[in-house]
Design a protein around this ligand. Structure first.
Ligand code: FEO
Length: 174
């Protein structure tokens, strides 16, 4: 069993991951509505990945004989002024998620809960990737700002992003 504090914090994180999924779904739909099919695909993959993150935490609580407490998912913004603004918000949001994951790691360390610390290593590494990929997208979008053909090419490139199931789920499947 986990400490009450860590259980509550992980349950809050499940909600935060589902909120992240919802945010990226909203971005995907807004991009699609504006004709950016590739950008919509990029955010659709994000929406799938965030659901994986929630699932990993749910599986972990279940495996430690703790209860998953689903909470209401708060409303998200549904429109952005540009693709660049979407990626800027993505980076801002992922930095908040990184701080939340670090807080979970701090509680696990305080509890000397080594299994939880070990589970959280995957998320600590994932957040490095999440922030880097948001920064890369800001860089790419800024590079083509004001250039319609450039944006068309970037959109085509983003259409090729594919979803891969998060490795902690792949190894626990079946
Ligand atoms: Fe679940 Fe984008 O971090």
């Amino acid at each position: 069993m986990l400490s009450e504090k860590l259980q509550a914090a992980i349950n809050d994180q499940i909600n935060a991951e589902l909120w992240s999924a919802y945010l990226y779904l909203a971005m995907s739909l807004d991009a699609e509505a504006k004709g950016y099919k590739g950008v919509a695909n990029w955010f659709y993959v994000q929406w799938l990945e965030e659901q994986d993150h929630a699932r990993i935490f749910m599986n972990y609580l279940n495996s430690r004989d703790c209860k998953v407490e689903l909470q209401p998912i708060a409303e998200v913004r549904t429109e952005w002024t540009s693709v660049l603004e979407m990626f800027q918000e993505t980076l801002r949001h992922e930095k908040i998620v990184t701080a939340r994951i670090n807080n979970l790691a701090a509680i696990a360390a305080e509890d000397k809960d080594f299994a939880s610390s070990n589970m959280l290593v995957w998320f600590i590494n994932e957040q490095v990737e999440e922030e880097e990929s948001a920064r890369d997208m800001i860089f790419a979008t800024e590079a083509v700002e004001g250039n319609k053909y450039g944006m068309y090419q970037l959109d085509k490139e983003l259409a090729t992003r594919t979803y891969t199931q998060a490795s902690p789920l792949a190894t626990t499947a079946e």
